[in-house]
Design a protein around this ligand. Structure first.
Ligand SMILES: NC(=O)c1ccc[n+]([C@@H]2O[C@H](COP(=O)([O-])OP(=O)(O)OC[C@H]3O[C@@H](n4cnc5c(N)ncnc54)[C@H](O)[C@@H]3O)[C@@H](O)[C@H]2O)c1
Length: 341
């Protein structure tokens, strides 16, 4: 039997404990040690998992594990991941992979050079609902995709170091690229800081992406909304779909559309008719996405396969974010996105 992979987690604030629970429960991994600068956070982990070591020293953690999971705020991702890779450890780093593309490229280079697994926590790529949406698009069930609309909103949590786009849009961008199997070509973004004006970190951003074949996507990202929403509407030529991550029935398919007479009709004869067919719940086989993500990370380490959301996937999301940020700072100008060669 393959030995359990020894995992250490650095950063156990809000998200780290969820990673800790999943790695603790995985039969293929052993959660051996957890590091944080905050002793109170460590004491809470110790209470939950008395057998797991806790430490304030990241250097100590690096000596005791095969793999490191980084769940600190983004400004610490690069240094922690670089140190781990240089120490020969596999890395799962939370999204966004780093604060900028140069840093992400350095991590990719380091991991490639040492043949280590570098994965980014694009959790939604492991969500059964997102996998179903991808299958429905790729199988042609929805027809030609026209446009999409997504909303990722809630009250908070305002971040001290990044705006709402850098916090929430990595999810939308990774989901969209994954379900469409392509990358956006153009981006524009507009946003406003209503609360944290000293730091000018926008709490509301409207992001527009254009994918190949003129697929338009608008994404509303907000930390200032009374109701938590995680919703994606997809309009195709044959069918339409709503993926609501908060609903019990997460994927709804609508046999709705607009029919037009063949092009041979004259302009005067042009008349659209509307199809209002049945609405169907798409049945999902549910597994907690974070569990699937953690299990995939360990499997990649043990088999040498490339992660579904690898460092390059993380860098791709950063290419979009960096260009979107430039647009945000320049009057929502539309910019062409350049990717790593
Ligand atoms: N995949 C997802 O769905 C998802 C959801 C939420 C958050 N996240 C990501 O998880 C990461 C953490 O977010 P959070 O909301 O848990 O943040 P948080 O502020 O609640 O927790 C961060 C923890 O890291 C610790 N820390 C900071 N710098 C450190 C360092 N240099 N060494 C050791 N510990 C350090 C802090 O003391 C704190 O306990 C972010 O990258 C965020 O984007 C991902």
């Amino acid at each position: 039997m393959t030995q359990r992979t020894k995992v250490g987690i650095v950063g156990v604030g809000y998200w780290g404990p969820k990673l800790a629970r999943n790695f603790h429960d995985l039969p293929t991994a052993a959660l051996s040690i957890v590091a944080d600068l905050n002793s109170q956070r460590l004491a809470e982990i110790k209470k939950l998992y008395p057998e797991v070591e806790v430490t304030n020293s990241y250097a100590e953690m690096l000596q005791k594990v095969d793999a490191v999971v980084i769940a600190t705020p983004v400004n610490a991702h690069f240094n922690l991941a670089r140190q781990a890779l240089e120490a020969g450890k596999h890395v799962l780093v939370e999204k966004p992979i780093t604060s900028n593309l140069d840093q992400a490229n350095k991590l990719i280079e380091l991991a490639d050079h040492s043949k280590l697994t570098l994965m980014v926590g694009h959790t939604f790529e492991f969500n059964p609902a997102v996998e179903a949406v991808r299958d429905l698009i790729q199988s042609g069930e929805l027809g030609t995709i026209y446009y999409m609309n997504s909303t990722r909103a809630n009250l908070g949590l305002l971040q001290p170091d990044i705006n709402v786009m850098w916090d929430l849009a990595p999810h939308d961008i990774s989901i969209l690229c994954y379900i469409l199997g392509s990358n956006p070509e153009y981006v524009s973004a507009t946003g406003v800081t209503y609360i944290n004006r000293r730091k000018n970190l926008a709490e509301v951003v409207y992001l527009n992406l254009t994918f190949p074949e003129n697929i338009l996507v608008n994404s509303r990202l907000s930390w200032l909304d009374p109701v938590k929403q995680r919703r994606l509407t997809i309009v195709g030529s044959k069918k339409m779909l709503v993926y609501d991550d908060i609903a019990d029935d997460k994927v709804m398919i609508y046999d709705k559309g607009v029919e037009v007479p063949p092009y041979s009709v004259t302009e005067e004869e042009f008349k659209a008719s509307y199809r209002h067919g049945e609405e169907k719940v798409y049945a999902l086989k549910w597994i907690e996405p974070l569990k699937a993500e953690c299990s995939h990370f360990v499997e990649c380490i043990q088999t040498g396969q490339t992660p579904r959301s690898d460092g390059r996937d993380g860098a791709k999301v950063l290419s979009v974010l960096e260009m979107a940020q430039r647009s945000l700072e320049n009057g929502a100008v539309t910019l062409r996105i350049e990717y790593n060669k």
